[in-house]
Design a protein around this ligand. Structure first.
Ligand code: N01
Length: 541
């Protein structure tokens, strides 16, 4: 525990990505004292770390941006439909400067522990730089996909070449020119980077364990006239986004995929394929994500496109996803991914057929062959949603560890707070739409909700807030029930923690949709923070 002469803040925020920066802005607006700790040496979170070639957002930039300040959205010009990582990082840096946020942010400093002092109703926060501070409120803005998953591959340390990870790509780049490059992992990060790595490398070997469904992004420069028009009606667009189930504007079908003529259905899927919107096919009919037969029509359409693009039938088959429903693992959006495998110097290694044995000093050994490599890229994913929280030592009332509270899987009221952890808020926590929505929309909503909650607590003399355990359990059950009514739990995805050995299988995000979730959060407030316990005047009283 820190000694009492340590600095004391009203609020400590963990992370200075899109969530942490906006939270800081709102907390400042309340006149509270605040400090932000950020592990990176710059702001940006996901967009600071994931600098791999081809990294870009897969939600249109005009929607994947802050809406809280109409002036900001008028000032900023996006150059492409889907902005690249450098452009998004510039945008986030611009926000940090424009609102003078940097003076309250400590960079290059990771929060290691957040331990509750019940007597004093405050949190002791310690960092890897040895800083120790007190905070009345702690708000995690640590991201959902920020804790890289251990790759679970033997021999990595022995590799004599250059080993890099997409999630910690060096800022000054990696020299791939003329090199024999290998990539392990074919999720969004692998699929975005593989075409660009192929452009530079002398040879590229892709080690694939599970094929993913990927759709073409059809990225392009943003037509200035389109951007001007959009900006002229920005409020209208933002309002429409809030009515969209995923927080992404997409046309939503009203019929079952099984009740339409197959030709009509294929034409609709083809339109979606051409639209460059990953949410289009899932939204095209009412039952793509709930009915296996309906889903199979979409899956088969995408498989057909892969067969059309990839010339070698064996390679096409190896790239073809089967065995889990379309859209139940996060759909990828690519630029030239499948076509990359038509290039002479690109090899696909199907690890289901010839499993990976180990990384060796020379390269990658499978059960069949050793592949010599100069550079090995890990695109092996993240310990999603709970990982960023549990890698901190968080201890709530009576010293209970969050990792013990969540030993059977995460439970949280609305993804905002956990019972037994008063005055700890989790932006985009488990049980909220977070990763199954346009995350900027969900971030802004959580930040606004938390800011208004802090205002309420102050104005009503409330010392601490935490969920009622029954309300939390009921919400966790609802999150589960909504997911169980879909095909999502049928896939071994990171949504259910299946990519991390030993992680409890719980569907973590809330699938009820952005509008329903927002309404629930608003109703809770209108009913006087229904489902929360408000401690007056002190939490231990
Ligand atoms: O990670 P992933 P990601 N041996 O978990 C494989 C967001 N995102 O970083 O499926 C061999 O999807 C693993 O194989 P398998 C987006 O939400 C967005 O790519 O476990 N292979 C899989 O192929 C996304 O969903 C964008 O069999 C191993 C891959 O590594 C999320 O982040 C861009 C392995 C991991 O795929 C995560 O994407 C990038 C092993 N031991 C990311 N371990 C945008 O477009 C793992 N794999 C905005």
């Amino acid at each position: 525990m820190p000694t009492d002469d340590r600095p004391e803040y009203d609020v400590v925020i963990v992370g200075a990505g899109l969530a942490g920066l906006y939270m800081l802005h709102r907390v400042r607006g309340l006149g509270l004292s605040v400090r932000v700790y950020e592990a990176g040496d710059g702001v940006g979170g996901t967009w600071y770390w994931n600098r791999y070639p081809g990294a870009r957002c897969d939600v249109p930039s005009l929607e994947y941006s802050y809406s809280f300040d109409p002036q900001l959205e008028q000032e900023w010009e996006w150059s492409e439909r889907y902005a690249t990582q450098p452009e998004i990082l510039r945008y986030i840096e611009h926000v940090a400067d424009r609102y003078d946020l940097r003076r309250d942010i400590t960079l290059g400093t990771r929060v290691e522990s957040v331990i509750r002092d019940d007597e004093a109703n405050r949190w002791a926060v310690t960092t890897d730089a040895g800083e120790e501070v007190w905070a009345t409120f702690v708000i995690t803005a640590a991201g959902c996909l920020s804790a890289p998953k251990p790759p679970e591959i033997g021999g990595l340390d022995s590799f004599a070449g250059t080993l890099v990870s997409t999630s910690a790509w060096p800022a000054d780049g990696v020299d791939l020119a003329g090199k024999r490059v290998g990539v392990i992992g074919t999720g969004s990060s692998g699929i975005q980077s593989i075409p660009l790595i192929a452009e530079q490398a002398a040879s590229l070997t892709v080690f694939q364990r599970t094929p993913n469904y990927s759709l073409p992004a059809h990225n392009a420069p943003l037509d200035p006239a389109v951007q001007r028009d959009w900006k002229a009606r920005y409020r209208e667009h933002r309002a429409a986004v809030l009515q969209a189930r995923t927080g992404i504007l997409v046309e939503r079908g009203t019929r079952s995929a099984l009740e339409v003529d197959p030709d009509e259905r294929s034409a609709r899927y083809a339109q979606c394929w051409d639209s460059g919107l990953f949410a289009c096919i899932p939204a095209s009919y009412t039952d793509i994500i709930t009915d296996l037969d309906a889903n199979e029509t979409a899956a088969e359409f995408v498989r057909g496109r892969i067969r059309e693009i990839v010339r070698d039938p064996d390679v096409a088959e190896a790239l073809t996803p089967r065995g889990y429903p379309f859209g139940t693992k996060r759909i990828c959006l690519d630029t030239g991914y499948y076509d990359t495998f038509n290039q002479e110097h690109v090899t696909l290694v199907d690890l289901r057929r010839t499993p990976l044995v180990a990384v060796t000093p020379e390269g990658v050994q499978t059960t069949e062959e050793e592949f010599g490599l100069d550079v090995l890229v890990l695109a092996t994913g993240f310990d999603a949603v709970t990982g960023p929280l549990l890698r901190m030592d968080i201890r709530g009332r009576d010293g209970v560890h969050l990792r013990d509270a969540w030993a059977g899987g995460p439970h949280s009221y609305l993804g905002l707070q956990v019972a037994g952890f008063p005055n700890l808020f989790t932006i985009t926590g488990p049980g909220s739409p977070s990763v199954v929505s346009n995350v900027v929309v969900s971030i802004e909503q959580h930040v606004d909700w938390i800011a208004e909650c802090l205002r309420y607590l102050r104005e009503h003399g409330v010392a601490a807030i935490e969920p009622d355990a029954d309300a939390e359990a009921a919400w966790a059950q609802h999150v589960h029930d909504v997911a169980a009514a879909t095909l999502y739990p049928q896939a071994p995805s990171w949504f259910v923690g299946a990519n991390v050995p030993g992680k409890p299988r719980v569907f973590m995000p809330y699938l009820g949709g952005v509008p329903a979730y927002r309404q629930k959060c608003a109703e809770v407030v209108e009913a006087g923070y229904e489902g929360f316990v408000l401690h007056r005047p002190a939490v231990h009283a």
